[in-house]
Design a protein around this ligand. Sequence first.
Ligand SMILES: Cc1ncc(COP(=O)(O)O)c(C=O)c1O
Length: 448
Amino acid sequence: MVSKRTEDLIKWDAEHILHPYYVMGRNVGFVLEKGHGVWLQDTEGKEYIDIGAQLGYALLGYGRKDIADAVQEQLINLGATHIWFGWSNAKTIECAQKLAEVTPKGLDHFHFTSGGSESVDSALKLARLYWALQGMNKWKVICFYGAYHGFGGGTWATSVGKGNVWQGIGPPTPGFVFIPSYYCYRCMFGLKYPGCNMQCARYLAEVIEGEGVQTVAAFMAEPVMGAGGMIAPPPEYWPMVKKICDEHNILLIGDEVQSGFVKTGKMFALENWGVTPDLMTMAKAISNGFVPFGGVAINDTVYQVLKDHPLWHGYTYSGHPVGAAASIPTLNAFINEKVADNAAKVGKHMAERIEAEFMSLPCVGSFTALGLMIGLDIVTDKKTKAPFPAAEKENLWRKTIAAGVLARPLAGYAGNRLFICPPCIMTVEEADKMLDILLSVLSAVKPS
Ligand SMILES: Cc1ncc(COP(=O)(O)O)c(C=O)c1O
């Protein structure tokens, strides 16, 4: 039995609010109201441990007074101003300066947005413009099957869920070409790492050449796939791909909207392999998700071509000073509190426990982990790798939440990855508590 207040909220919500990635006219049946650290609380006072940092952005957890104070101060000083027509504001400049301290060397020119989809749109346009301004008509962008790049202009680069997200909204924007990703467990080439000779990376070169080098603007991908399943690549992947992009004269757009900012144990995921993209999209954790904010970091080569040309692109909230104000203490906390190191330490501990205790379960087919981007393949049969049917997935999800772990439904390319991507301030003790709950839920699963 829930209180009348909760009951009314749930009912009103279901009738009036359309939830992304959920059946319209329904909700999950609880209402969140408070948060502290890695814990969330609903209107009934029930506490949940946060396994997903919301959508991968609340990496410092909840109840951060430093961010709240900075936001409040900015709201009072100058709650809104834009940066169109060359206008500037002090907070956004300060934020860009801080960002330049944490972005990989050479990526220190910024275009600001209010989220990841806008960052992707901007990167796509800037990449094409870069070539156009040099007299070249290179417009195609190569992406992964199973990737997620948001629902703006990147909608047609977002093929997660085997085309589900494209149903009923065509026609598609032309110009996107797809290749298999580094999802080894379900390798589209039917190969096995490491005997595969990294066919997925090599194939990029073949596709660029097949499409015509003179038509391809960029390869855009997530360094570690997020919504596609929390999938980390083999270590050879990114150095090989960077070399292929350079040799074929195409830009590399690293979509770090999900993988960026400490969660892989480095400030940005591509740093794990010493690779620097030409354009890098950011959002989510940049402001701990407390205020929508994002951007694209642009390297000097691209910037020098763009410079002195008008930018016929931008968003009303580009460079919003309140988003910038939230981002500065967030970035400071990442550095001062050594949050990337904590993500690496806690992630390693979790990976060791998953290997030792979860992999023997009949429903756990495989997992990959890099820092606190961890994904488990949940299967009905380890031999066939068949994913759970929809009803069983729903059942598992509800059991996990009822047990006090606020998870998202199984998702990813085949719709069967369990995401573990908690706030990166999580302690080993909290991680253990979460894993104990997950282990007991998954141990009780009887795949049919
Ligand atoms: C890799 C990636 N790119 C882009 C986006 C879109 O970001 P937003 O939802 O903030 O528009 C997401 C969102 O999850 C993402 O994971």
